[in-house]
Design a protein around this ligand. Structure first.
Ligand SMILES: [Zn+2]
Ligand SMILES: [Zn+2]
Length: 347
């Protein structure tokens, strides 16, 4: 497959040039700048989200599933969905192809290539350039294992670069000097991807805004599911930062890392391998602009919104633990009182 022939540089296609070019590309691809929202944005390339995502099964053994679903959003953008049977996390991964390199956002929840042929699938999707596969950059929305378990599959591939997963590594790779402020830019060749720090779910979280399609790839920061809050203040500030960044930009869709709600907005049981009647994957600008206000009215434990749920698992765990201890104290107190009464009557 080669969709980039038209964009190929015709002169100097030697291997030497290719290697030098890749080195230079990886060196300069990431640049920081103070971005202003004044330029006129070109119209995003339209794409299709007309797909029925693999919904898993109530009995995965009885109904074997393809582990990985590939959907072409448009010629240079692919959405990959890991089957809920392969992992209950059922991650969505995204492949963005430029004329100089490709970007894979997240590697999903499964490491074993026999169970999840991720790297080979990506390799097949990559077009050739100068008689070689296009160089690939593997980045993550954040360091949670379900977004990077597939990394080792790419380790032996030539011309693959993997962004580190720790916060220092992320900051250094994208050259953030004032994290979580500032925006980094990845140049894939005719396609710029902005990297926006979005800590709150996890300190390493970033979202990616693609200039070609106008899509925000939002990971676990914003998706039709449980927005698990680790740091509510940082999360709200991230929401404000993304709202502000996208204010003047042509946002088409917000595509996250999971679908955890059904079409009626109810969450699937945690750990379920079966997602009947899933909520649509894409969220819209309204869902993003409603996020800061959702944090302002958040009770610290759990709140439902039309297309997502805010929840703080640590607070919920502590609340349950406190209730459990209170119930235990009450039972012990009741039993002791009962025994004392009996003794009293006998006496
Ligand atoms: Zn996560
Ligand atoms: Zn996740």
């Amino acid at each position: 497959m080669n969709w980039l022939n038209g964009k190929r540089q015709t002169a100097n296609t030697s291997l030497l040039y290719f290697c030098a070019h890749w080195k230079v590309a990886t060196g300069i691809a990431v640049s920081m700048s103070l971005l202003t929202g004044t330029s006129a944005w070109s119209q995003p390339v339209p794409g299709s989200l007309d797909a029925h995502w693999n919904e898993g099964a109530s009995d995965c053994k009885a109904t074997p599933q393809a582990p990985l679903q590939v959907h072409a959003y448009e010629l240079q953008t692919f959405i990959l969905r890991q089957s809920p049977c392969a992992s209950f996390e059922a991650n969505f991964l995204y492949l963005l192809i430029g004329s100089d390199k490709a970007l894979l956002i997240d590697t999903g929840a499964v490491t074993d290539p026999k169970e999840m042929p991720l790297a080979n699938t990506i390799l097949e999707l990559l077009p050739d350039k100068d008689h070689k596969k296009l160089p690939l950059l593997v980045a993550h929305t954040h360091r949670h294992m379900d977004h990077r378990a597939g990394d080792p599959q790419f380790a032996s591939f030539p011309a693959v670069q993997i962004v580190p997963i720790d916060l220092e590594g992320v900051r250094a790779f994208f050259r953030f000097t004032n994290w979580p402020n500032g925006i980094a830019h990845l140049d894939l060749g005719g396609r710029t991807v902005d990297v926006i720090p979005t800590p709150g779910h996890n300190p390493t979280h970033v979202a990616f805004f693609d200039s070609r399609t106008g899509v925000l790839f939002s990971g676990d920061f914003l998706m039709p599911g449980r927005l698990l809050i680790e740091d509510a203040v940082a999360y709200r500030e991230s929401a404000l930062r993304v709202v502000d960044f996208l204010k003047t930009r042509p946002l088409t869709h917000i595509l996250g890392g999971h679908i955890e709600l059904n079409a009626a907005g109810h969450a699937y049981r945690f750990g379920s391998h079966y997602h009947p009647n899933e909520h649509r994957l894409e969220l819209a600008r309204e869902d993003l602009t409603a996020l800061p206000a959702a944090f302002e009215s958040f009770n610290g434990f759990y709140s439902r919104h039309p297309n997502y749920i805010l929840t703080n698992p640590i607070h919920n765990f502590l609340a349950i633990a406190i209730i459990a201890v209170a119930v235990l104290i009450f039972i012990v107190w009741g039993v002791r009182r009962l025994l004392r009464r009996r003794r009293h009557r006998r006496g």
